[in-house]
Design a protein around this ligand. Structure first.
Ligand SMILES: Cc1ncc(COP(=O)(O)O)c(C=O)c1O
Length: 419
């Protein structure tokens, strides 16, 4: 590929050592105060803090019943158990989503079937969901991908006509709204992630929402058995804080170039995920520390989504030809999560060139997975295309006007229109 030489604004020292990182965790002094307070909580104090957060989340989600969980994955497992799914049952899942979700389903003997996604919105459609449903389907999962609402009302019409429960995957979409209603309030149940870069971040954790009293009672019976200890979340917060210091240091540029080389990405990803899984509170109860922190984040959610949405539009406006941003407002008002575009040229070369100029881009499986390919399905060309072309451009509060300008300059320098 031809690379246009960088313009005069690209400073060589920053190019070698500096890097605009792909993500930035928002950590505040108050988080550490909450952490210390959490270590002193007795069980009743922690439970009261969690209840306060669940009530506030319920109010933000139009009154749905809400329970805090160990993670988004944990919330999904609890929903599937609560709906009574057993080995051999079939579920429709988005063809473009987090691969680990379908692996977890397969481990418990369930049979995920992928529904294809639209190449502009990256989301499943009522038509693709209808095509994937078979007489054995027990549940449909729809994802508001990268915070952008999918056509959830159209999908709900399809599932209602067949009497199937609908699960909304809102892992990326806290604060998104469709026709004035909160994402997460359209299906039988929904899951949210409270992982570090998500709209309401609490060093891990998740939320489960449901309009079904029966499902909520079953979930409560499971959650109330769990041990409420502050340590798993505290351990994760400490690890993430150290990671964040590394990301913000000048050495990150060099480290990212070593970690995200073409051949190394797979092994680094594997190492990172296994480390992450080791500190992830697998099925510990949500802690008082996380609840207080999440409550503060929740109070600022609208402002956060508003600010990052404005940034999203600025990044989008600076995209050179050849890069096509996700369409994210077709079905409602999005929450801000990742900025993902499609690039039809040589993606590893685009990333390599951007890295050498100081911009950290995520590509392919570092963004999300082609679940249809993982399942051996060949009938989801939309997901195959989105996966092959997906590039995530940094979108976080660390992007100030100077960095925004640099992102535009670097992308213009490295992107060439697809042949
Ligand atoms: C689409 C999707 N669903 C569910 C999850 C699970 O969330 P968690 O990491 O909190 O388990 C994620 C995680 O990023 C995700 O991307």
């Amino acid at each position: 590929m031809t690379v246009v030489p960088p313009g005069p604004t690209l400073e060589p020292v920053q190019v070698v050592f500096g890097m605009i990182p792909r993500r930035r965790i928002e950590i505040e002094r108050a988080d550490f105060a909450d952490m210390l307070r959490g270590l002193g909580d007795d069980v009743a104090q922690a439970a009261a803090a969690v209840r306060e957060f669940e009530d506030a989340a319920s109010a933000a989600l139009d009154g749905c019943g809400v329970r805090a969980t160990a993670s988004g994955r944990d919330a999904l497992d609890l929903i599937l158990d609560g709906l009574g799914l057993v080995a051999g049952d079939e579920l429709v899942v988005p063809a473009y989503t987090l691969g680990e979700l379908v692996i977890r389903m397969q481990v418990r003997g369930l049979r995920p079937v992928a529904a294809d996604v639209d190449v502009d919105t990256f989301a499943v459609t009522p038509q693709s969901v209808a095509r994937a449903i078979t007489p054995r389907t027990r549940v449909v999962v729809a994802l508001h991908v990268f915070g952008a609402p999918c056509d959830i009302t159209g999908i709900a019409t399809v599932t209602a006509a067949r009497g199937l429960p609908l699960i909304e995957d809102c892992a990326h979409a806290f604060g998104a709204r469709i026709n004035g209603r909160a994402a997460g309030s359209f299906g039988t149940a929904a899951l949210f992630s409270l992982e570090v870069a998500k709209p309401v971040a609490a060093f891990g954790g998740g939320l489960l929402t449901s309009t079904s009293a029966d499902l909520l009672a079953k979930v409560a019976a499971r959650l109330d058995q769990r041990q409420r200890t502050p340590w798993p979340a505290t351990r994760k917060a400490l690890m993430k804080s150290i990671e964040e210091l590394a990301v913000r240091s000048p050495a990150y540029g060099l480290a990212a170039r070593l970690m995200f080389r073409k051949k190394k990405v797979g092994s680094f990803e594997q190492f990172y995920r296994s480390l992450h899984d080791r500190v992830r509170p697998a099925n510990a109860a949500f802690s008082g520390f996380q609840a207080r922190m999440a409550l503060r984040r929740l109070a600022r959610l609208s402002q956060r989504n508003h600010d990052l949405d404005a940034l999203w539009r600025q990044v989008s406006a600076s995209l050179p030809s050849g890069l096509t941003a996700q369409q994210r407002c077709r079905f409602g008002q999005p929450a801000a999560y990742n900025f993902v575009a499609r690039y039809a040229g040589d993606l590893p070369a685009l990333r390599r060139n951007a890295q050498s100029l100081g911009l950290d881009l995520a590509i392919h499986g570092e963004v999300l997975d082609d679940v249809a390919a993982m399942l051996g399905q060949r009938d989801c060309p939309g997901a195959a295309q989105v996966f092959a072309q997906a590039v995530a451009i940094p979108l976080h509060r660390g992007i100030d006007p100077t960095r925004l300008q640099r992102i535009g300059e670097i992308l213009a320098a490295v992107a060439v229109a697809a042949a």
